[in-house]
Design a protein. Sequence first.
Length: 567
Amino acid sequence: MSQSAGHLIVRTLEAHGVRRVYAVPGESYLDVLDGLHDSGIETVVCRHEGGAGFMALAEGRLTGQPGIAMVTRGPGAANAMIAVHTAWQDATSLVLFVGLVPVADRERDAFQEFSLTGWFGSTAKRVMTIDDASRAGELVNEALRIAASGRPGPVVVGLPEDVLTHVTDASVPTPVAAARPVPAESDVSSLVDRLTRAQRPALVVGGDGWQSGCGRDLASFAAAAGIPVFADWRAYDAVPHDAASWAGWLGYGRADAVAAGYAEADLLVFVGCTRSDVLSDGYTRGLDTETVLVLADPNAATHAGRIDQQLLATPETFARALGETDHAAARGARSDDWMAGRHDAQLRFAQHRSDASVNAGVGIAEASGPAAVVAGTTSTVDLGVDLGTAFGILDDRLGGEAILTFGAGNATIWAHRFVRHLTPASLVGARNGAMGLAVPAAVAASLAFPERRAVAVCGDGDFLMNGQELATAFAHGGAPLVIVVDNGIYGTIVQHQEREYPGRPSGTRMANPNFADWMRSFGGHGEHVERTEDFAAALDRALAADGPALIHVVIDSSVMPPASSEV
């Protein structure tokens, strides 16, 4: 059947089972938009290209299939760069389609012309341009395969405006599934021998690829073998927090006990992640410890320090292979004390409590609750809503089942600490520290999983970077709950400023509207909370609302986690 290249692209996406594309329209790819008109694929019309890219990234992380974003040339591509960088550093599958100038207009500084490879070549797994209409389906097929194979990541596909309208007789190609390497039996046996000999082994889980629930199987193996399981930064939905082997997360905001346990290990097995910057406290912990990597990436990108063995596997294929081994043999002569001590320390750290008891009970170096920074001292005076109490209440209401999406910044630390994850595919946060992800990710989560609660947690700075995507939620039937922690500053930067340039704040203060009123202007449910005792009722009303809801939580600008828990 003859069809345009633009329509062939859409048919190829349909063949792969793509359910949504997140787009900001542009005249450079009108023929693709025309193909989507009659398609079963939902076109989610976004309000900013950065928001569209983050929505696609969230869908990729939650489903394990590449998220799809479409933007126009020049300015549109520039705005989408933040999502490509995040997908690259976070190892999340994403395919970004970018409209381009007509072929005849290239290298003439045409309107909105730019170099696709020049911009994205160092930040994507592959950059390709469809210059031949007959290869449109082939290249889209290839882009989807590459994005999901090996170390997942972004692929950028250029769409010249004129080529899209060329008619071709090429058929829709057969989808090619991403490669899922299975570990060799001899490699698994060698790893079990290492675990048997080790006195203090630990698993470190992270990255994408846990959507199937294989993390519970891995955590069960670890519990039977007496091995604690740590998680990489913002990957702690990989294993359920009610597992006996769960030992907490590494990276920003972690408990001191978690970092100490990781440092005490005599064998580290990284599954789906590497010993990277944030996890290792800036390449300072565990670099010389005996190390095994379990990755689908033979290059072990982002890994620092020692490697003694590497298994090529995905989290799912590794968990399946490990489940077939002798758990008792892997335990060796270890007692339960090593694992139980790590697990109990994390339970104490995550126990619901007010910020005052956090600071009084566990010591300021370990606490992730807020402290008032006043002339270099700490205080537990009333500074607005007590976030330790508030996020403990949120955890009780969500019961470990919701999808949490996070912006960047200190405001998210309380939710990281106090809100449990009991189900897989329940966390989306920019591991590269990009701001503006929380709201679009929650919108995407509520569209992809309408039966589940999607909750965005962000600071006031993060919220207004892509808060406009609430309009997308209303337009497409999404119903996220957004919790905005408002302290009127870029809190993380202020924390660094106070350490390096005490008493000299510069460029970090903001003026904010009433965010609850702003949500109501869309037709949603808005709550404004300035007192701790008002939070529970406001949360219950927001959770009961029919449609998108927002809680504007006000705290003092001096409230922030202590220095050892920076984000």
